[in-house]
Write a protein that binds this ligand. Structure first.
Ligand SMILES: *[C@@H]1O[C@H](CO)[C@@H](O)[C@H](O)[C@H]1NC(C)=O
Ligand SMILES: *[C@@H]1O[C@H](CO)[C@@H](O)[C@H](O)[C@H]1NC(C)=O
Ligand SMILES: *[C@@H]1O[C@H](CO)[C@@H](O)[C@H](O)[C@H]1NC(C)=O
Ligand SMILES: *[C@@H]1O[C@H](CO)[C@@H](O)[C@H](O)[C@H]1NC(C)=O
Ligand SMILES: *[C@@H]1O[C@H](CO)[C@@H](O)[C@H](O)[C@H]1NC(C)=O
Ligand SMILES: *[C@@H]1O[C@H](CO)[C@@H](O)[C@H](O)[C@H]1NC(C)=O
Ligand SMILES: *[C@@H]1O[C@H](CO)[C@@H](O)[C@H](O)[C@H]1NC(C)=O
Length: 487
């Protein structure tokens, strides 16, 4: 996984701490979310079948496809009560299904790739709309943008664009590059959402989109590729080097100053039994959009740290994900019953990182069976382009956060409270590692126990988003993933 930064998501630093909108009060203009009406396959086939386009699949629990259709990356947040699955063949089918659901008080949940740690997903009951067949990517005549259908994901976006000489990374948040979105609203009405049409909703979709609609396709900026290969360098270090590595990373990154061409660097603490079965190692991977010589000059401080191993190469962007172990077939993408927590940081507090590392070894010593599926992840993206954007242009609140950290432990049911305590303790260490800063959470890594302000911002974003909910989704149909209005 390592889901790419920039799913959807702008910041205003809280100037006055006292304007925090901590109030969970649901405004009077919200109706209570409808109780989902139970729906059967026969009923949906009968009511909708003839209206949906050829190639659309409608099936229920008796279908051999059903088990896969309800599977998820985080098996702990699988929607338990999907009644009918519809795999749409055309974008227009989405609006028809949503209108049907709206008129009949049936809940719906849209699926693309099945990430999502958030425990609210598990409560869903109703019709799942699978967008996976909508994989069209059409480069526009101006060559500055492409139309992406709602079922695309990183691997195919990267491969398709690269083949035609384009990239989308390294230019900040994907949501900052949205030009126009085709959105199906809660009542099944389709609208174009951009800076001149429903501009209030455009602001909200960039950071809180899943509260407002289903994006069936989007016009997004693309950029010509400049060089033909990326340079990657993967390091393995033992714990003896932990302090040296984090000090070097802090120097390298400053506060949000990762060199723009060093698109991403990330690492993890984890047990590799072939190296040491009881002591986690520290692995780190850097990716540079350019030649090896320029990258290695930047990496000199890391080359000077004694390592267990180090491998590097120069690859096509399309092969970079494989080289860094983040493609959809990689180990980190495989599903599991995850328990976890996550935070944003500005820099690494070396003392805290050491405590987190040691505690991780101790926890595994107590339950060695968890070793194979336990990881502390640490990610740094070049953020120059993100910081250059006027924070008022989108709901994304974290432009002054630079490092994304999380812990995931694949956990059998008998050890859930043990792993949860471990994840909570790790989160507390991260939060305490930056005295004076308030908790912040990347929406796509949220697990469900975070204050909503930590996800949506402390600068008045929540009241604004809730007012937009009253306008665009007054019945709170879109409430399954980090909802801004909770029942
Ligand atoms: C379910 O998914 C697995 C793994 O991707 C695949 O091997 C299997 O064929 C799928 N089953 C069906 C019925 O599609
Ligand atoms: C979604 O649809 C695709 C193709 O139509 C299918 O391969 C995939 O298994 C489906 N996934 C889910 C979770 O329904
Ligand atoms: C593994 O780590 C433990 C704990 O630090 C250490 O005692 C042991 O020597 C290491 N084993 C190997 C093979 O390096
Ligand atoms: C790091 O690893 C590389 C190759 O694996 C090796 O050539 C180099 O000497 C190592 N450096 C140190 C300081 O261990
Ligand atoms: C972390 O564990 C190592 C042994 O693995 C020990 O030497 C060190 O003192 C511990 N540090 C902290 C801060 O607990
Ligand atoms: C690092 O974290 C500790 C709390 O664990 C805190 O007391 C200390 O001030 C932090 N250091 C910095 C430089 O923020
Ligand atoms: C659907 O909702 C939108 C936004 O609230 C509203 O403007 C539109 O009139 C509604 N359409 C129908 C058919 O009710």
């Amino acid at each position: 996984m390592f889901p790419k930064l920039g799913g959807l998501l702008a910041s205003t630093l809280a100037v006055f701490p006292f304007i925090e909108s901590c109030s969970p009060v649901v405004p009077h203009y919200f109706r209570a979310a409808d109780v989902s009406r139970t729906v059967t396959l026969a009923q949906v086939q009968n009511d909708l079948g003839k209206f949906l386009s050829k190639g659309t699949q409608i099936f229920g629990p008796s279908s051999p496809n059903f088990a896969n259709a309800t599977d998820r990356w985080a098996q702990s947040s699988m929607p338990a009560n999907i009644e009918v699955v519809i795999e749409v063949a055309q974008e227009a089918d989405v609006a028809k299904i949503v209108r049907y659901c709206y008129q009949n008080s049936i809940d719906f949940l849209t699926y693309n790739r099945g990430h999502g740690l958030k425990n609210t997903l598990a409560k869903f009951q109703g019709i799942q709309i699978n967008l996976s067949q909508l994989t069209g990517i059409t480069i526009q005549p101006d060559r500055n943008s492409a139309l992406f259908q709602g079922g695309v994901y990183a691997d195919i976006v990267i491969d398709t664009l690269w083949e035609q000489g384009y990239i989308v990374s390294q230019y900040g948040l994907i949501s900052d590059d949205f030009l126009s979105l085709n959105v199906v609203l809660a009542n099944g009405t389709t609208v174009a959402v951009d800076s001149s049409s429903h501009s209030d909703l455009f602001w909200a979709m960039k950071g809180a989109g899943h509260n407002f609609g289903i994006v069936t396709s989007a016009y997004i900026k693309i950029y010509p590729k400049v060089v033909s290969t990326w340079h990657y360098h993967n390091y393995v270090w033992s714990q003896q080097q932990l302090e040296t590595v984090f000090e070097a990373l802090n120097k390298f990154q400053g506060k949000g100053q990762i060199p723009a061409l060093m698109g991403v660097n990330f690492g993890q603490f984890s047990i590799y039994p072939t190296i040491n079965a009881t002591e986690a190692i520290l692995t780190w991977s850097f990716a540079y959009d350019g030649p090896a010589a320029a990258a290695e000059e930047l990496l000199a401080p890391f080359n000077a740290i004694p390592n267990i191993s180090s491998t590097m190469g120069d690859v096509d962007y399309a092969d970079l994900l494989v080289a860094q172990g983040t493609d959809s077939n990689s180990a980190s993408c495989q599903p599991g019953p995850f328990v976890g927590s996550s935070a944003w940081l500005q820099t690494y507090n070396v003392t805290s990182q050491r405590q987190i590392y040691n505690s991780s070894n101790e926890k595994i010593a107590q339950n060695p069976g968890l070793a194979a599926g336990a990881r502390v992840f640490l990610e740094g993206y070049s953020t120059e382009a993100t910081q250059a954007i006027d924070p008022g242009t989108s709901a994304y609140p974290h432009r002054d956060e630079y490092l994304l950290v999380f812990i995931l432990v694949a956990t059998p049911p008998s050890l859930v409270s043990f792993s949860q305590a471990w994840a909570d303790e790790t989160l507390a260490l991260w939060r305490e590692s930056e005295p004076g800063r308030r908790p912040t959470t990347y929406i796509n890594y949220a697990v469900g126990n975070e204050p909503l302000e930590s996800i949506y911002g402390y600068a008045g974003q929540l009241p604004k988003l809730r007012a937009l909910k009253a306008k665009y989704d007054p019945q709170n149909k879109f409430r399954w993933y980090n909802p801004v209005v909770t029942d």
